[in-house]
Design a protein around this ligand. Sequence first.
Ligand code: OGA
Ligand code: NI
Length: 245
Amino acid sequence: FFEEVPQEEKELIAKNPGSQSIEGYGTSLQKEVEGKKGWVDHLFHKIWPPSEINYRYWPKNPPSYREANEEYSKRLREVSDRIFKSLSLGLGLEAHEMKEAAGGEDIVHLLKINYYPPCPRPDLALGVVAHTDMSHITILVPNEVQGLQVFKDEHWYDVKYIPNALIVHIGDQVEILSNGKYKGVYHRTTVNKDKTRMSWPVFLEPPSDHEVGPIPKLINEANPPKFKTKKYKDYVYCKLNKLPQ
Ligand code: OGA
Ligand code: NI
């Protein structure tokens, strides 16, 4: 899609600038952020649940795109169920409680494809600026080109590429649900001089009207709530507009 499909065809599924929806094709090849040129194209579209899917934003080319993504989506639901169970047990909750608090069967799976072309001056460009994901968790597949870094103990670390491995980020919503026991991971990406980097994160998000706050069982006198309880859409609004939560 990013390399073979003509620009006019890409524009057909471009993100609508006036729209509330994040879905569609977008480019930050021209934009400047923090004095550096953004150097990444991306495509967002939902892959689950069926009621949220808008195939208008799914590329028609390559023709195998839809089938491959439906298969991936199915497998990913199995993985995400297992991760939610482990996260639950890790907090001393019953296995089902975390996913339930996260939105249960209505959890939205939003796929993003990042396309970072080779950049003649990697020093003047950035891929994705440092951030934490707003999602509950993010499950990401990268290609073999190095670029993802995570912040830990005051240092940026390269995330080593492991063939066939999935990278799982804790996002803001799981930090909130766990009342800070699980920390959202701060991460960023760099670009490469000679090689194209790609990554396929899937953000597992609450439905927009779903209220997210610390799970009541985790709260007591010794552990007061560290976060407000609010609708996910209000959280997103504050974060995107850099307003206090
Ligand atoms: C993102 C992101 C990381 C990557 O798109 O939110 O953090 O490896 N991407 O491309
Ligand atoms: Ni991210």
